[in-house]
Design a protein around this ligand. Structure first.
Ligand code: GLC
Length: 549
């Protein structure tokens, strides 16, 4: 099968690393990560080999939702540093061949943003229509729309007696995208950042901006794609920036609307179909059920094959909203190293742009909590209050929070085995995982068999093998359920990727002799025909073409 490169953008060949600045590196001793801390760690990221950093929000914010509630898009949060630090970060990253992708949070602002302060002040203020205001019905909410963080999405505001919409917390009022002045203000702000030399935008809950709250339409509203085409034309269009939309409800058909190159919208989207596979269907993320590997194979195969040339995949296990993958679908005790490497190999051999979330490359794990005092995240706190009121037991609630809570991803980065894992000399804003004595960057760099070097090698392989970037995908069907195996084919060459997704041995046979082992998490030599047993979490990639390159 011959597949030609059709598009060719830097972001199709890139691996992106997500930094959650609050938890990455504190340089000032106040217990909160900062920009100067990120600059100190750029050489580490260069060694890993990544091409871009997605920086979770660093803008001025009262931190109701850790920076996803912005009160000034053109100022840096004081805890994180100054605009001069930001410019230095962009510059120093660029010197190391790393682009900075900013988080664009424009579905809503903070209620402390000057636009909202004006907007709520009176019904005839020029900024009134920057947000979504409605009169109540018989003294209660305009309708029963719910916030993602639970409770009504409408908040009565005393000064004018009307309700404003907030699809997230009460301190995150939704912007009114139907107002052209809102859109223009956003585009101007985006151009302010583009002019600073950034490499692109990750667009927070972008699928919500076309909402029609009166009809209770939130995601995928009718004008959504018009807005994105307008945004593209007025900001990043023609500049080859990486733009990735966070789109929880995307199907492959919807994803193509965003990322078909002919439509001039975004580079790619984050779709979350695999992320929901350990939830009870039709319920929330907190209602747990075990992952079925068969379903994971189906979902990945669907996304790998259906976008074709009309879209581009993003590949991820983790981000700041999701639990740690090694604790979630790997094994964070006996097989932590094996399973973390298996998960890395499985994901990084797929077609699309891989994203690594800070600490994933050293196999950081969830941190189990036993007390509400240990929770920082607004989503978990609101869920706790809601479920206590509904009569759920503490045990049930903590089982959900420990499995899925967002604080799992947000514990500080584990750099070394000194106090607070080298993250801060002060008191960390969120407790460091106690396992930092064993799991930390210094340890990983010193051990040539560490998870870090598997990630480094995967990134290096992607740079050197067009097959990984452009090759087609074919699932191997005749395996046991727990073995996830697939081929990549490109210009007459075929690679086979085999991953044992379980803590049990599995059988696997092959009728062709591999010519070369590309990468593995074992010591085995695969250059022979085999019909044999895979170890727990064993993963390998072999070249099946007749000749080694
Ligand atoms: C996105 C962010 C999440 C945030 C929410 C509201 O889902 O990833 O962290 O809470 O949007 O901005």
């Amino acid at each position: 099968m011959n597949h030609l490169k059709t598009n060719n953008h830097w972001w199709q060949e890139a691996v992106v690393y997500q930094v959650y600045p609050r938890s990455f590196q504190d340089s000032s001793g106040d217990g909160v990560g900062d920009l100067a801390g990120i600059i100190q760690r750029l050489d580490y990221l260069k060694k890993l080999g990544i091409s871009a950093i997605w920086l979770s929000p660093v803008y001025q914010s009262p931190n109701d939702d850790n920076g996803y509630d912005i009160s000034d898009y053109e100022q840096i949060m004081a805890e994180f540093g100054t605009m001069a630090d930001m410019e230095q970060l962009i510059d120093e990253a660029q010197q190391r061949g790393i682009k900075i992708i900013m988080d664009l949070v424009v579905n809503h602002t903070s209620d402390e943003h000057p636009w909202f302060i004006e907007s709520r002040s009176s019904k005839d203020n020029p900024y009134r229509d920057f947000y979504v205001w409605r009169t109540g019905l018989d003294g209660s909410c305009p309708n029963d729309l719910e916030s993602t963080f639970l409770g009504s999405a409408w908040q009565l505001d005393e000064p004018t007696g009307e309700y404003y919409l907030h699809l997230f917390s009460q301190k995150q009022p939704d912007l009114n995208w139907e107002n052209p002045n809102v859109r223009q203000a956003i585009y101007d702000m985006m151009n302010f950042w583009i002019d600073k030399g950034i490499g692109g935008f990750r667009m927070d809950v972008i699928d919500l901006v076309g909402k029609i709250p009166d009809q209770k339409i939130t995601g995928n509203g009718p004008k959504l794609h018009d807005y994105l085409q307008e945004m593209n034309a007025q900001t990043f269009g023609g500049k080859d920036l990486l733009t990735v939309g966070e789109t929880w409800g995307a199907t492959p058909e919807i994803a193509k609307l965003y990322s078909d190159p002919k439509r001039n919208e975004l580079s790619m989207v984050f779709q979350f179909e695999h992320v929901g596979l350990d939830e009870q269907p039709g319920k929330s993320k907190w209602d747990l059920r075990p992952l079925q590997i068969r379903e994971l194979k189906n979902v990945f195969s669907k996304w790998q094959t259906e976008l074709g040339d009309q879209g581009w995949n993003s590949l991820f296990w983790n981000n700041h909203d999701l639990p740690r993958i090694v604790s979630r679908w790997g094994n964070d005790s006996t097989y932590r190293i094996q399973s973390a490497k298996m998960l890395a190999i499985l994901l990084h051999m797929l077609k699309g742009t891989p994203y690594i979330y800070q600490g994933e490359e050293i196999g950081m794990t969830n941190r189990v909590i036993q007390d509400i005092a240990e929770m920082e995240d607004i989503e978990s706190k609101q869920m706790y209050a809601d479920r206590r009121q509904k009569g759920y037991s503490q045990t049930e609630i903590f089982a959900s929070i420990n499995a899925k809570g967002r604080d799992n991803a947000r514990t500080p980065m584990q750099w070394d085995d000194t106090e607070n894992a080298g993250f801060t000399t002060g008191i960390p804003w969120l407790a460091v995982n106690e396992n930092y004595h064993e799991i930390n960057v210094a340890q990983a760099l010193a051990d040539k068999n560490s998870i870090f070097y598997t990630y480094q090698k995967l990134i290096e392989l992607r740079k050197n093998h067009p097959l990984i970037i452009w090759g087609s995908f074919e699932l191997v069907e005749d395996t046991t359920e727990e073995v996830f195996a697939y081929y990549r084919h490109y210009q007459g060459e075929s690679w086979l990727i085999v991953c044992n997704f379980s803590d049990q041995e599995q059988g696997f046979s092959l009728d062709k002799t591999p010519s070369e082992t590309i990468i593995t998490n074992t010591e085995k030599d695969y250059k022979q025909l085999f019909d044999r047993t895979l170890e727990p979490y064993e993963a390998f990639v072999v070249n099946l073409s007749n000749h080694a390159r």
